[in-house]
Design a protein around this ligand. Structure first.
Ligand code: SF4
Ligand code: SF4
Length: 215
């Protein structure tokens, strides 16, 4: 059942990941493709209003790319706590907003130059994500991604996973989680309290005790 579920999820991701090369490859020749980055921002924030970080599951082209391709060559090590620190995440968010804002200001009126700046930002951050993904775990970038940080702040109470008393602490849910989260730690409250959950439901399908229910 888990393998069927993963196949279905991978199928969805196999459509959306194509948005990434469309910008980071074709964008260098057609800079206006960089504006697709704005579509991703609107999508991530729009979905977050309703379902937290669900955009990051299979709708985000970059998240899909990391799961489909980088997972296969990743050393799959534990993501260091450093990458989950608020201060680090807010710093990355501030830097990228600063770079994007300054590029728009400098090139105001030149649509191609602004588009190219967005292509450049997406290319550089994707390369950083690939290096970190291979060295640690494929989704490590998703912990410091500016869109993920914003969606995280909007995720509180937005269709969280439910956890019931059937949980036996086997930790299988954590082993299969693409974000390396620990749903079992929220057994007492009965509700997943980690706002970085991307609502992929992999843990719910893998749980041998049916202790997890996706909203
Ligand atoms: S897989 Fe299910 S039973 Fe095992 S720790 Fe996770 S929630 Fe508990
Ligand atoms: S906790 Fe479960 S639903 Fe959330 S990201 Fe991890 S595997 Fe997916």
């Amino acid at each position: 059942m888990l393998s069927e579920f993963k196949k279905k999820r991978n199928r969805l991701q196999s459509y959306t990941w194509l948005g990434l090369p469309l910008v980071v490859v074709a964008g260098w020749f057609y800079p206006k493709l960089g504006y697709l980055l704005l579509g991703c921002m609107v999508g991530a924030i729009g979905v977050a209003f309703y379902k937290g970080r669900a955009w990051c599951d299979w709708m985000c082209p970059r998240g899909s790319f990391y799961d489909l391709f980088i997972r296969k060559i990743s050393m799959n090590r534990k993501i260091p706590a450093f990458f989950r620190k608020d201060s680090v995440r807010l710093f990355v968010l501030a830097v990228l907003i600063g770079v994007l804002g300054s590029q728009i200001y400098i090139h105001w009126g030149n649509a191609d130059a602004i588009g190219l700046a967005m292509v450049m930002i997406l290319t550089v951050t994707t390369i950083v994500g690939i290096i970190l993904g291979v060295t640690y775990q494929q989704r490590i970038w998703c912990h410091i991604c500016p869109m993920g940080t914003i969606a995280n702040r909007m995720s509180e109470g937005k269709k969280p996973l439910n956890i019931n008393e059937m949980c036996v602490d086997c930790k299988i849910c954590s082993k299969v989680c693409p974000m390396q989260l620990k749903p079992y730690e929220y057994k007492e409250s009965g509700v997943m309290g980690d706002n970085d959950c991307i609502k992929c439901s992999t843990c719910a399908v893998a749980c041998p005790k049916n202790a997890l229910t996706a909203a």
